[in-house]
Design a protein around this ligand. Structure first.
Ligand SMILES: [Zn+2]
Length: 249
């Protein structure tokens, strides 16, 4: 069983809100919302999850040394810090994932998460930085900038619950990719047409597939509402890392 430390960046509206969006959206709120959703996905996959902050206002968590110590003493396998970006240039947009320049495993984790996130927003790729939390944690660590609150369109997107679900799902897919977790067995039957494109061979509840395989994009004509049964032979594509590899289920 893996232990994942999920770090919701910043401490809360009063003590440390982080960046504040052009729409008034506080970074600390988005970070915590996605962190909670990510925790749900990780615990569902059998992980132990350490949350450095689980409240809207948690001044004690403002001490980054406390956060690093939680990950280190909890023997977390990886450390994932969630943030939103801001820039003077309002056009700046997209996600980026940082790792410490000296950490090869951090670089690999960052690549997995950046690859998954690239499917839902523009990706600014993988970057290196000497941020305190990347230095002070002893396990592979990444800091995910999920989008720009200084960009009006992206700030609106980040405020949506659906976007936060999507972000959590893609970050989860990146973590699953990093650990090379096999997809759940016996739940579906697919063949791979090509990378991340599948043909559904047996009757399945579509909604379960969306959740389980993090599918975000469906081929036109094959779309089904959540909960509706898909038909044998339906085609769909699993964008953004998909949980598992084509041809293995
Ligand atoms: Zn931040």
């Amino acid at each position: 069983m893996k232990t994942i430390c999920v770090d919701a960046g910043h401490a809360g509206l009063v003590s440390d809100p982080g960046a504040v969006g052009v729409n008034g959206l506080a970074e600390c709120r988005v970070n915590l919302a996605v962190a909670r959703l990510l925790r749900t996905l990780l615990t569902g996959a059998g992980c132990a999850v350490l949350m450095t902050r689980d409240r809207d206002e948690d001044p004690a968590s403002d001490d980054l040394a406390v956060r690093a110590a939680m990950a280190n003493t909890g023997r977390a396998d990886i450390f994932v810090s969630l943030h939103c970006n801001a820039a003077a240039n309002r056009a700046a947009a997209g996600s980026e994932v940082f790792h410490h320049p000296a950490s090869r495993e951090g670089a690999r984790l960052a690549g997995c998460i950046a690859g998954a996130l690239a499917s839902c927003r523009p990706s600014r790729g993988v970057k290196t930085a000497g941020f305190y939390l990347l230095r002070a944690t002893v396990m592979p660590a990444v800091l995910v900038e999920m989008g720009f609150l200084s960009n009006p369109e992206e700030a609106g997107w980040l405020s949506l619950a659906s976007s936060q679900h999507l972000l959590a799902g893609q970050i989860f897919a990146g973590i699953a990719d990093y650990f090379n977790w096999p997809p759940p067995q016996g739940t579906a039957s697919f063949i791979a047409c090509r990378r991340r494109r599948y043909v559904l061979l047996s009757m399945q509840v579509y909604f379960k597939l969306i959740i389980r395989y993090r599918c975000e994009e469906f081929r036109p004509g094959n779309y089904r509402r959540p909960g509706e049964r898909a038909r044998s032979g339906n085609r769909f594509s699993c964008r953004g890392g998909g949980y598992g590899r084509p041809g293995t289920v």
